[in-house]
Design a protein around this ligand. Structure first.
Ligand code: GDP
Length: 331
């Protein structure tokens, strides 16, 4: 039987030259390591595999591949590595001379594309914290141009690369990873649509669906995302979790205080209100709205509960599909 694509756990591959920042990214985003602790990470020459399983949407295998990997080495089985649904993230150190990295990018993505044309290709132009604003834009333009030219010169016009400027020293790495995960999410249009309905019926300015553990956003409404709003909501999640841990500990220490009923409102001096509501296992909706509009709090709460109900129906459908699939494959 061929399993339904939707039920296959996707795989995210981290690739790039040695010291480009692969292990730092995986440690900072998924293991909560502080960015400055990554200075002393040991380089590894093995493929490091990790299961990331936080919530219904952040559920994948993360593979960190060593920089010196040689595709022509017979012990490297490219069919196995690239042969499943997922993303390939190629990391380029923007503080270093990137010509060699661009060569490696080209050989890597073309090799993977020959095996699996459905892989999503993402390029992180990384460590941009060391660059000035002008320099960032110029570096991105140059890397983008050269990478695309190399591909079209060798006839790979259908191979699409997505570019992101990233650094582990700010929220950009979380934002970029959010986009990577979103491209792998089957129900994204449905969730986006629900968020659009939610904001337009509640006078909310912006709404994000967050994976609380990794602080990635799984979806947002269709108004543009500005980095500041994203950071504000990330900070709010930190506050809610910290307060839950300090004041909400139950008798049973195994039970976290963050549960089905977690909700919070923060009012800022500038008249902005942040509204947080848990909507599923380690998933929360975080909304930004004006204080005046928050006077109709009853309607907003009601609409958020409707959103939550719709999400719960989606989870039930997803679970049902998974069960049917496993029954079918056991036959
Ligand atoms: P790997 O060999 O690709 O796994 O690279 P590492 O994760 O070991 O990172 C190599 C070095 O780059 C480490 O000293 C990190 O602290 C540093 N690094 C990683 N990400 C960033 C970043 O965003 N900005 C800066 N300035 N340094 C970074």
């Amino acid at each position: 039987t061929t399993p339904d694509e939707e039920n296959i756990r996707p795989r995210i591959l981290l690739m790039g030259l040695r010291r480009s920042g692969k292990s730092s990214i995986s440690k900072v985003v998924f293991q909560k390591m502080q960015p400055n602790e990554t200075l002393f990470l040991e380089s590894s020459n093995k493929i490091m595999k990790e299961n990331v399983s936080n919530s219904a949407f952040v559920d994948f295998e993360l593979w960190d591949l060593p920089g010196q990997i040689d595709f022509f080495d017979p012990s490297f089985d490219a069919d196995v590595v690239f042969g499943v649904r997922g993303s390939l993230i190629f990391i380029i150190d923007a503080q270093d001379d990137y010509i060699e990295a661009l060569h490696k990018l080209h050989t890597t993505v073309t090799k993977a594309f020959k095996i699996n044309t459905n892989i999503k290709f993402e390029v992180f132009i990384h460590k941009v914290d060391g660059l000035t604003e002008d320099n960032k834009i110029e570096t991105q333009r140059d890397i983008h141009q050269r990478a695309i030219d190399d591909l079209s010169d060798s006839g790979y016009d259908q191979l699409h690369l997505n570019f992101h400027l990233t650094s582990i020293y700010d929220h950009s790495i979380f934002e970029a990873f959010s986009k990577v995960v979103q491209r792998l999410t089957f129900h994204l249009p449905f969730i986006e649509n629900l968020l659009n309905l939610l904001i337009s019926n509640s006078a909310i300015e912006k709404a994000f669906l967050y994976d609380v553990v990794s602080k990635m956003y799984i979806a947002t409404d269709s108004s543009p995302v500005d980095m500041q709003s994203y950071e504000l909501c990330c900070d709010m999640i930190d506050v809610v979790i910290d307060i839950s841990w300090i004041y909400g500990v139950k008798d049973d220490a195994e039970n976290s205080a963050f549960d089905d009923n977690s909700a919070s409102v923060i009012k800022l001096n500038d008249g902005t209100v942040l509204y947080f509501r848990e909507v599923g296992h380690y998933l929360a909706v975080v909304c930004i709205l004006r204080e005046d509009d928050f006077e109709r709090r009853g309607i907003i709460t009601y609409n958020v509960l409707c959103f939550r109900k719709a999400m719960q129906l989606l989870f039930e459908l997803m679970a049902k599909k998974k069960n049917e699939e496993s029954e079918y494959s056991n036959k």
